[in-house]
Design a protein around this ligand. Structure first.
Ligand SMILES: [Fe+2]
Ligand SMILES: [Fe+2]
Length: 152
């Protein structure tokens, strides 16, 4: 199952979009390894890489939420932690129990990623874009000045 990046996934915040593209590329690389019959060791390296990329990305988003004083941060963070917990268990299974990564593992990460982008990252990106618009027009945090103020 390919997770190929497409413009539908773009949220309009370059740092987030670039990270998401990186995640999709890493998932595609894992898929290629599975199809080519990569060894458990090779698949483990790919899975570990995905876990590292996701952890770094989550930290970046969490810093953005902190800076923004994002009101839905708690639920979003919980979803990140849950993903890291599941990914860590997969990495452990692969490394210690020598479990071979298959399509089922990839499908799980893929579905989680798409749902997370749509349900959690999209509202965050919208809030960042709104905040940026507010700062450009000089309004205070979370409050767009009424247009008529500019004509008084
Ligand atoms: Fe997120
Ligand atoms: Fe994200």
């Amino acid at each position: 199952m390919l997770t190929t990046w497409c413009n539908d996934l773009k949220l309009g915040v370059p740092e987030i979009d670039s990270d998401h593209r990186h995640i999709c590329d890493a998932l595609d690389a894992l898929y290629e390894q599975i199809i080519r019959g990569g060894s458990p060791a090779e698949l483990f390296v790919r899975l570990q890489e995905i876990a590292d990329i996701m952890a770094a990305h989550f930290s970046r988003e969490e810093q953005m939420m902190h800076d923004l004083r994002y009101e839905d941060a708690e639920l979003h963070l919980k979803n990140h932690y849950e993903a890291l917990r599941i990914l860590s268990a997969m990495v452990f299974d692969c490394e210690i129990n020598n479990k071979r990564i298959g399509d089922d593992t990839l499908m799980l990460i893929n579905v989680w990623t798409m749902e997370h982008i749509n349900n959690y990252d999209k509202p965050l990106a919208d809030a960042i874009i709104l905040e940026n618009m507010n700062s450009i027009i000089g309004g205070s945090r979370g409050c767009v000045r009424p247009v008529r103020e500019y004509y008084i």
